[in-house]
Design a protein around this ligand. Structure first.
Ligand code: C5P
Length: 233
């Protein structure tokens, strides 16, 4: 049985591989993330195929960042596709422009706070101000909500703090950086288990390598779903 709290990242090289993987996962997965790596390999066509022919929900992870007018135009174009979630960087002008571009469409704009593969030393290298990583994430999340974001992307380690923000009511928290107990971290640094991410307030978890690199991806997806706490309410 699928559970749309699990979003599987289809980080395979091209649309054909993506479709093969989705078909292997079958009805165990109902929500897919298509990222930048897939874009030049037919990502938008794959999104449409999964939506129209297989009834899946689609999260397009483009992490857009540009001047407002360009972001608005890009989102207006992407909103013509039947997509459920789209990511932009969490800077307020980017979020506000993306919301303009998505006006009238049922497309949720999710703001990236700080990539889950980055820690304090990476932020230093990027000349981002001193201070605790989670404090910066919280500040960016709060500002993104004020700018109209429908939700944020953050590490599961920050989900609880974000859920408690005054502006977080009704907003989505989506967490990559999720690793079942014992799974390889890869380049992820700020991680937690699927169960912990959901119980700390995430609405959806994004899991990539622990599923698509597994010997049996369907079984790996089912194991993640079985680990999730019962839905509330
Ligand atoms: O393989 P893994 O489970 O680490 O995949 C995580 C996915 O989530 C990747 O597609 C990555 O691009 C995406 N992501 C992330 N951190 C963010 C936003 C998106 O890891 N802050």
């Amino acid at each position: 049985m699928s559970d749309d709290r699990l979003i599987v990242a289809l980080d395979v090289p091209n649309a054909l591989e993506g479709l093969k993987l989705a078909d292997a996962l079958g009805d165990s997965v109902s929500f897919y993330k298509i990222g930048l790596g897939m874009l030049t390999g037919g990502g938008l066509a794959l999104a449409q195929e999964l939506k129209d022919e297989r009834g899946k929900r689609i999260f397009l992870d483009m992490k857009l960042f540009d001047i407002g007018a360009t972001v608005e135009a890009a989102v207006r174009g992407l909103a013509q596709f039947d997509i459920d979630f789209l990511t932009v960087h969490g800077d307020p002008h980017v979020v506000a422009a993306a919301k303009e571009g998505a006006a009238g469409k049922d497309l949720k704009i999710l703001a990236v706070t700080i990539l889950t593969s980055l820690d304090r030393s990476d932020l230093d290298a990027a000349l981002l101000k001193e201070g605790d990583t989670s404090a910066i994430v919280l500040e960016r999340a709060g500002r993104a909500f004020e700018a109209g974001a429908d939700g944020v992307i953050a590490s599961p380690q920050e989900a609880k703090l974000i859920r408690d923000l005054p502006g977080a009511d009704g907003k989505l928290i989506v967490t990559p950086g999720v690793r079942p107990e014992g799974a390889a971290l890869g380049d992820q640094k700020r991680v937690a288990t699927p169960a912990r991410a959901i119980s700390d307030g995430a609405d959806h978890i994004v899991v990539g390598r622990p599923i698509w690199q597994a010997a049996d991806p369907r079984q790996a997806a089912q194991a993640v779903i079985e680990e999730l706490p019962a839905r509330q309410g």
